[in-house]
Design a protein around this ligand. Sequence first.
Ligand code: IPE
Ligand code: IPE
Ligand code: MG
Length: 254
Amino acid sequence: MAFFKSATREVPDAPRIPRHIAIIMDGNGRWAKKRLLPRVAGHVKGVEAVREIVRACIEKGVEYLTLFAFSSENWRRPAEEVRLLMQLFVTALEQEVDKLGRNGVRLRIIGDLSRFEPRLQTLIQNAEAATAGNTRLNLTIAANYGGRWDILQAMNRLAEHHPERRGAWTEAELEAYLSTSFAPEPDLFIRTGGEERISNFLLWQLAYSELYFTDILWPEFDAEALSQAIQSYQRRERRFGRTSEQLADSASHA
Ligand code: IPE
Ligand code: IPE
Ligand code: MG
């Protein structure tokens, strides 16, 4: 969509408070293991961390928060863990949506939702509809999401809508069909849990995001840890292909 500047086609703004933060919430299993608890205990604790980070983002004026909750590759986990994760997802939707709504949060779920059981799909639709009028924070949960899936589904839908076209698609046309078309590109990407990889998260959208990796396990990631990530972001020089000298120059003319 043409509402937001694309980092590759224009030089976007570099806001002091990131407008959009995208997080890979990793380390739940290890958090539980350290305490000799079952992995699912880590996921339960992880939901509490989500609550705290949502609150902190509202306080800081972050407009978009996108959280990776379940990847298209996470189906490879033991069936019992997948079952418990789905159950937790259902419970979280049942219990949290009212409160999110009251706090001005608009909830969206992105990913290939067709693989979820019908009850969960209905809960998702209802949650999105119930919060659709909110504008304070756009909270997006990526579930059965994969960055490659996203690019492909966008390409397929685009081509379907233009049966006469043979090619020569533009970035802007494709972006309008990505599952994050309602949001600016992430300014800040955070991964907790110590791994330094993207794990098939927002492949297209992260093209110019500032990357931040921390060893903190997701259940222990709190408002203070978020502030530190934002401080690190604020120390970065976002050049978008230009030189430092050009940046200094444009600042002095601003
Ligand atoms: C992230 O924590 C949550 C999901 C992927 C659902 P993990 O479950 O991957 O935790 P670790 O990486 O095993 O510690
Ligand atoms: C990435 O975490 C996906 C989510 C946090 C939902 P994983 O723990 O599944 O990632 P890998 O497998 O270690 O790359
Ligand atoms: Mg992990």
